[in-house]
Design a protein around this ligand. Sequence first.
Ligand code: F3S
Length: 481
Amino acid sequence: MEIIVAKHSGFCFGVQKAVDSAYKCVENRMNDVPIYTHGQIIHNRDVTDELESKGAKIIEDLSEAEPGSILIVRSHGETKQFYEDAKGKGIHLVDTTCPFVRRIHDLVAEAHKNGKDIIIVGDPNHPEVIGTNGWCDNTAYIFRDPEEAAVYHGSSALVVSQTTSRISTFQEVLDVLRASGAELEVMNTICSATEERQKSARELAKKMDAMIVIGGKNSSNTKKLYEICRSQCPKSFFVENNKELPLKEISKCNRIGIVAGASTPERIIKEVISTMSDNITKDNENVTMADLMEEIDASMRLPHNGEIVTGSVVDVNDSQAIINLNGKRDGILTAHEASLEGDQKLTDVFHKGDTVEAKVIKTDDNEGGILLSTKKLEVNKHWEEITEALENKTNIEVKVVRIVKGGVIAAYKEVSGFIPMSQLSNRYVESADEFLGQVLTVKVTRVDQKRNRAVFSHKAVLAEERQKKLDEIWETLKVGD
Ligand code: F3S
């Protein structure tokens, strides 16, 4: 039997962040301050039971939380009113709202302020949709499908989607809304993590004899995964954990695919595989199973600080890009850490699907995120180029950016170096003002990357040029010239 795990399986970036923050919160709890989560932090009983046993109590209403307590806001987000009420009650919020959901809140709040109608394509009872509606004073039109959308007769609207909606439903609703003649501003806010997971589940299900979909029964994204798998592979099963595995039904299948919803911890995926391995595979196939486990472990490993990683862009806006690493982990590249020139924005340089190489600058930003930098990766390359120029005695071009005591600071791409006053020219320089903003050709005379120091000399270049001219003259000079 062959078991294949879908490439995009298990915790998505937002859920990973929320769960990591929740565990950190209960582990660092001080003086028995009560900790709550508003609703289940994820749709997985194993995780929520464990968090509850460590002291994070699930409440259904803010009124149940004591003043001075800590309340973890889950990745689904909350209404604007919720934040105001919590503040009013003196409750400290640990906000793990997924950045993608927060972006929808901002879009909705802005459009509502500008007098537009808000249309949300999604389930009106889903906490994420309830939260989003709260950013336009609960005035949104919420449509589950094209039939419901037919009632809309407004003139101008912003259309957004629940992050876990199916793209086909979103398109069908848009077709109906467009036919109404309304002026629409459409923002496809379906999370690409969801799209990717659905896509890889569909592709895998097409080729498998049976599919196992792992996730909470009340998780909307897992339910959708199950529907997709069943449409491609009739022998699809929806299980919450290894105890629910239909071992008898799948025992005769040669190829079994596994896909897990966004709220499914890696531990549960491994337990499912292990149970299948113990009960179904033949002895000589255990090696393959061990390899599979190893593969999962490797993909869940956190990269270490300073590691160079490669990933693909799954989402980008003007403030940050989300880079998927190995299909299991996501990193955040902020505009501040990206190599941008002049007025360039992140969206000018990075596009969905682009492959990006970056340096890990923090494996945990205190909210479970992996922080990346392309700028720091570039800086390394630039130091290498400077060192090479020193070793080969070649010239480089630098720009004078600042005057300091005894000389100027000149930038070579992302690296800054010092040019002493005596090395700015082959003549006496009284004031460095005339050099500010100039691009100079220089020799590198010293490099100390550890101490972040480089020294340049423009005078050395001028002296070399002068010597070259003199040599030429001496070579061509004849008696009588
Ligand atoms: Fe966020 Fe997308 Fe997950 S919206 S919570 S990363 S499914």
